[in-house]
Design a protein around this ligand. Structure first.
Ligand code: C5P
Length: 242
């Protein structure tokens, strides 16, 4: 596994529509205190350049593009992400066994090819925006928790490093999949901060207690008057300040 011994638990979601404020915020953050996440919004506008810059600044970068396509296409995309030097990359578990194993092999081969660390490869299980009715409309009769466990088990069996899930599901997945499987959890809100559009929110320290490995946190940090202080307060609540 390519993880440093003690990578930061908090992943700050740099959800900005252009690279200026994203890079400006990252320039104020300390790579020992947080990882950062680049998602579709920023990547579609700015491409790989901000990702390279964040890697060069020493951040663990989660490239959150949630690849879901035929195995060859996903494998090539994962290889390209690996060559950017990112720490974590994700795919949809619903892409199936052949796609997941192709992605796993691609990151390993690309990392070996440049003599670098292999990124963590994690799978999105069931989008937290889907409830049982919406899932049923797609032809899946299982309840979202059972389907998340099924897809997480498939991801683990295919040699992936973990999944993206709600902290609410973390105890179920942690119990079934063991202590070393990474559970990456968004929907985190420190006590007293705005819920925004997240429905099932969990406080940072509670998410760790439920079994989460990494906490994806966006607006409670990025929209704070003082993002550096907001991150420091969260790290203090976790007992993980560097
Ligand atoms: O601002 P906030 O803390 O709600 O940001 C959460 C981040 O996690 C966003 O980048 C969002 O896209 C991502 N995410 C999520 N729920 C998921 C998967 C990813 O909120 N199920």
């Amino acid at each position: 596994m390519s993880m440093p011994a003690n990578p930061p638990r908090v992943i700050v979601a740099l959800d900005f529509a252009d690279p200026g404020p994203a890079v400006a915020l990252a320039d104020r953050l300390d790579p020992r205190q947080c990882a950062v996440k680049v998602g579709k919004e920023l990547f579609v506008v700015a491409g790989p350049e901000p990702v390279r810059r964040l890697v060069e600044r020493g951040f663990n970068v989660f490239l959150d593009l949630k690849f879901h396509d035929i195995p060859n296409t996903v494998a090539q995309a994962c290889a390209a992400a690996t060559r950017l030097g990112v720490w974590m990359v994700d795919v949809h578990a619903a892409g199936g066994r052949a796609m997941l194993t192709a992605a796993r092999d691609a990151v390993a081969t690309a990392a070996a090819g440049q003599g670098g660390a292999r990124p963590l490869l994690v799978a999105v299980t069931v989008l937290t925006s889907l409830d049982a009715a919406a899932l049923a409309e797609t032809g899946i009769a299982a309840d979202p928790g059972a389907q998340a466990l099924r897809l997480a088990t498939l991801a683990r069996d295919c040699g992936l490093d973990g999944v993206v899930c709600s902290a609410v599901e973390a105890p179920l997945l942690r119990a079934a999949l063991g202590p070393d499987f990474a559970l990456v959890t968004p929907g985190i809100r420190p006590a007293g901060s705005a819920t925004d559009d997240q429905a099932r929110i969990v406080a940072p320290e509670q998410a760790l207690a439920l079994g989460a490995s990494y906490l994806v946190i966006g607006r409670p940090i990025t929209a704070a008057t003082d993002p550096v202080a907001a991150l420091a307060a969260i790290n203090r609540s976790l007992g993980t300040s560097a």
